[in-house]
Design a protein around this ligand. Structure first.
Ligand code: ATR
Length: 276
């Protein structure tokens, strides 16, 4: 039996084992996928001891995973972060499927056209870095990276290497930025604190808002988005399922269907049968 795992902290409530078990049943792949609690200090040792063929990596380990790879995909290099590990000889190949997962969720599940759109990215940490390259590749018109610590927004914008399309700002610039077609909350504020008040003028009636978190952590930003008049307010569950499908494809060479798994996780479909 092939072994796979997701590493991160906290990891107890990760949906990834359920998602991959459902994909494996659907595609007839025989594998075991477990969640492993690991932090900065013990990730490398736990990964080495795990005997896995591949792994997902989540908070707070995506930069650690990038650093330990012998080779990385170009999209992982642009993000500086790895969420998917594949064995490459005695080392690891690193990839990042978060950005393509977000774009697939927005365009295919929610029917949004991202081309030429004016996009606001709140946050400049690992989550923001993971999705910025894919948003640019999807053909958006402009990307404003706004962060509480302006130097991190500058660093993210510089790393994208497209000064004509990508602009960095501090939080205090928000009231002057006008309206956006797409607003992406990539801050970790809702997981540990509160997001500063956002000007209503950031949203317009046809704006879409997405929070990269899901469940309770996404509630306050999405409530703000609805109150501000956004026509779409979506959490990160669809992105989670789509990035998992991309990882599954990289490991097993087959792309699973995501809709039934998404419906089950969002409480709209049949419950997922747990893996035995
Ligand atoms: P992640 O991997 O989730 O992106 P991270 O790299 O620690 O985690 O980045 C967290 C992001 O959320 C950063 O952009 C952070 O802003 P700073 O760079 O200024 O720290 C942002 N963030 C966290 N708490 C916040 C808050 N209360 N208000 C605004 N931004 C916040």
């Amino acid at each position: 039996m092939q072994r796979y795992a997701v590493f991160g902290s906290p990891i107890a409530h990760s949906q990834s084992p359920r998602i991959h078990a459902a994909f494996a049943r659907q595609t007839g792949v025989s594998m075991d996928y477990v969640a492993v609690e690991a932090g900065h200090g013990d990730f490398a040792a736990k990964l080495a001891a795990s005997g896995v063929q591949g792994a997902n990596v989540t908070l707070p380990l995506k930069e650690d995973a990038f650093a330990l790879c012998a080779e990385t995909s170009s999209r992982a290099q642009r993000s500086g972060a790895v969420n998917t590990l594949l064995r490459a000889g005695s080392g690891w190949h690193g990839d990042n499927t978060d950005g393509v997962g977000l774009v697939r969720d927005l365009t295919e599940r929610h029917g949004l056209d991202l081309r030429q759109r004016r996009v606001l990215l709140l946050g400049a940490g690992g989550a923001a870095r993971g999705v910025a390259p894919a948003l640019l590749d999807a053909g958006i018109g402009e990307l404003y990276v706004v962060n509480r610590t302006p130097a991190r927004a500058d660093a993210l914008a510089d790393a994208m290497g497209e000064p004509g399309r990508v602009h960095a700002r501090g939080w205090d610039a928000l009231p002057a930025l006008g309206g956006f077609d797409l607003l992406v909350n990539a801050t970790s504020a809702s997981r540990g604190g509160t997001l500063p008040a956002l000007p209503m003028g950031l949203a317009a009636p046809r704006s879409a808002a997405v929070d990269l978190s899901y469940g309770e952590a996404a509630v306050s930003f999405l409530a703000w988005a609805r109150a501000a008049g956004c026509s779409h307010a979506v959490d990160g569950l669809g992105m989670l399922v789509e990035q998992a499908a991309e990882s599954f494809l990289l490991w097993h060479g087959v792309r699973p269907e995501t809709e039934a798994v998404y419906a089950a996780l969002s409480g709209q479909g049949d419950a997922l049968v747990t893996a035995d």
